[in-house]
Design a protein around this ligand. Sequence first.
Ligand code: ZN
Length: 418
Amino acid sequence: MTPRLWAACTLGVLVVVLIVYAALVIPWHRPPAPRADQLAALGQLPRDQVQRAQAFHSELRPGSYLSLAVGLIGALLLGLTPLGARLVSFAGRPFGDHWIAQAVLGGLLVVLVVEVITLPLAAWRHTIVVRYGISTQTWGAWAVDLAKSYAVGAVIGGLALLGFYTVTRLAPRWWWAFGALGAAALVVLLSFVLPVIVEPVFNKFTPMEQGPLRTELMSLAARDNVPVRDVLVADASRRTRAVNAYVSGFGPTRRIVVYDTMLTEATPDEVVSVTAHELGHAKRGDVLVGTIIGALGAAAAVIALYLLGSLGWLLRLAGTESMREPRSIALLLALVTLAGLAGGPVQALVSRRIEARADAHALELTGDAATFEAMQRRLGTVNLSDPDPPTWEYLMYASHPSTVERMAAARAYARGER
Ligand SMILES: [Zn+2]
């Protein structure tokens, strides 16, 4: 069998494994949240508040879509014309066209071009979130955050590109196999490392101070049989007024993080309700599930790239000789951008189902549907979420059920519907 046939078979197996795994572990059946309850909940939200949230989102929309379009067009222009390959060569020239310079600096240059052309739109977005009082950041703080995220992306991206093109050079015929393994391993590694190394770059985390709330949260976790190392408070208030909580990492790095804004904006009961939702994620190992799906997807993507690399016309379009050469970086980026766009709605659907299950867990664990509903209303109000977003926007992007959906789920639960 030729390497290409092996690659095609491996890709086939990976895709089947991915589908079977997803079919088995994703809670496709979601708890009831009848539309009638959603509309009733919507009707009970203060009208001016709903209008303000909708106005906020309609102001954000043009910039968001423009940014999406500009980013896509930029990636395609660089990747499906020789422009990107020329940028990569340009980056390598001062270093005698060394492949390492091309891979790392060329890769950074290509990504930076796309970032820079969408930067004005990000700035526009910032003016809107500041005007609506969500963001508390000055331009200086905003720029520092941006620079930090570029730096983090540059380190991770640079290492990934370096690893990728090292493998393509060492194993010209079988690089797809090593590349697939490496990509999967990188996803797993990042899952462990990001909460410990990258999150502290952006926020300061401190253990929640001793007191009745902390005691209650830890005993909630104990009652739920979820080992939690710590409940941490993130100093999100230096950036935003929005409230949030999340669970990240798994095994020894698993932690529950609550925004400090949550502690000032929400009642202690509501914080308990949010934490119960996060415990639902921890209990079901949702971070691990996401990591496994991500690792399988990353491995499949590398093999797909290898197979696409046999399309002569595609390489000619991109002005590169082979996927194995750093000059293919822009083509890679274009393909990844397209795949991300196509996979987005599926990812959003999977995320919404997992979130709905965590909601159900919170309701069951606390047995307090009223507080859960109040907490959802609070989250929606403070964060200015559109309580009932337009259908296609919901299908394309929503990572969580809508506010009215979550309120409706609480009402259905209270009536005993499961
Ligand atoms: Zn969640």
